[in-house]
Design a protein around this ligand. Structure first.
Ligand SMILES: [Zn+2]
Length: 391
């Protein structure tokens, strides 16, 4: 049987291509091609084979970047969150240019099981229901169990065998000591499960303090919300964490913005900006933040004196590397997940990058996931100057 016609996406007339790679954040070219949902080529349109496209997008001079990644969310089921009784928060987030969400635990599930059999069952179910259903096309990596006392090595093997790849935030369950947490995180890592930790003061009544000693002793792959969620650790503990480990340094919208800037500046001094990644921690006490990742990019760029093209890497390629994802960079073979955006109408600055460096959000004109257009002009960002269109 002959192969079916490949799905071929051609995006032409791109004004600027952001790569997601913090070492080379801007790419040459005005055209990008993806075949069957994977990036195949980019560059000058005249040099590329644009024949036989099944979808052609005219970017009309707007900027193309990898779809943004939110490294820290708390989904529960479908596009509904019981935490703030809100529907369609994931669809709203897609309109903020985010195409991938990573769960830090489905902790807002009413009646969440905390016994070992129950928590394993829920993690496996959550992994499945987001694998089987993408709200508005959004990629949701979920099924992130929160470790509890009584778990043994076999539990982590069972979870991994069943398809679980993430742990929820260490510290949200009964395990509050570094020794036990480290043992469980080591078991998780042995079976290929990635880990994160709740850093800082308690988030809501009932949760507890996780200080630098516990963070460092536990040794998770990601330092979850190093700027607190909401309350940050003292400055010396934040710099100590940055200096004393090589884990991903996650800054969240729900955290302390001064501590976010301290983390950025410390990472820059240490020469490890590539470790800094962004999340929202939504939905939580601060609610749903559809533009949270975009706001973090603008905040860190403007107040942290970070060139905007590098700031976008914190929300894309840095997370790709820290979390071993197949999206978030313009690279051959990676998923064709993009956001097309332009300088917001009437925003100061001569270009999109300059307007972001002045603290303004760009306007999102389109999102694309696996080579398929998933949304058009954003209903949430300020209006973009130029809009892409399907031709
Ligand atoms: Zn947390």
């Amino acid at each position: 049987m002959p192969d079916p016609t490949p799905a071929k996406l051609v995006i032409r007339n791109i004004g600027l291509i952001l790569s997601g790679d913090i070492n080379a954040p801007i790419l040459d070219g005005d055209c990008l091609i993806a075949t069957n949902g994977k990036i195949t080529a980019w560059g000058a349109e005249a040099d590329l084979d644009c024949e036989n496209a099944t979808t052609t997008v005219n970017a009309n001079g707007s900027t193309l970047a990898p779809g943004l990644i939110d490294s820290h969310i708390h989904p529960v089921v479908g596009d509904y969150t019981p935490r703030q009784q809100q529907l369609h928060w994931i669809d709203s987030t897609l309109h903020g240019g985010v195409t991938t969400l990573i769960s830090a635990g489905e902790v807002h599930m009413p009646g969440r099981p905390k016994d070992v059999v129950g928590l394993k069952a829920m993690a496996i179910a959550a992994q499945r229901w987001y694998e089987n259903f993408r709200p508005s096309g959004m990629k949701v990596h979920a099924g992130a169990p929160v470790i509890e006392h009584g778990m043994v090595e076999q539990d982590f093997k069972d979870l991994a065998d069943a398809g679980v790849t993430l742990l929820g935030e260490v510290g949200l369950g009964t395990v509050k000591d570094g020794k036990t947490a480290k043992q469980m995180v080591d078991w998780a890592r042995k079976y290929g499960i990635q880990s994160t930790i709740h850093t800082g003061g308690p988030s809501i009544p009932g949760s507890g303090l996780i200080d630098a000693d516990m963070v460092l002793e536990t040794g998770t792959d990601i330092i979850g919300h190093i700027n607190g969620g909401h309350t940050a650790l003292p400055d010396d503990q934040i710099t100590c964490i940055c200096e004393s480990c090589s884990a991903g340094l996650e800054i969240v919208h729900n955290g302390n913005e001064r501590a976010a800037l301290l983390t950025l500046n410390t990472a820059r001094e240490l020469g490890c900006l590539d470790r800094v990644i962004l999340g929202t921690d939504g939905p939580a006490g601060s609610g749903v933040q559809p533009l949270g990742i975009m706001r973090m990019v603008a905040m860190l760029s403007s107040l942290g004196n970070l060139p905007a093209e590098q700031a976008f890497c914190l929300a894309t390629g840095n997370t790709t590397t820290q979390r071993s994802l197949d999206t978030g960079m313009i690279k051959q073979g990676l998923c064709a997940d993009f956001v097309l955006m332009d300088q917001a109408q009437h925003a100061p600055g001569k270009t999109l990058l300059e307007s972001v460096e002045l603290g303004n959000l760009p306007g999102v004109g389109m999102t694309i996931i696996d080579g398929q257009v998933t949304s058009g002009r954003s209903r949430n960002t300020p209006p973009a100057g130029r809009l892409p269109e399907i031709v």
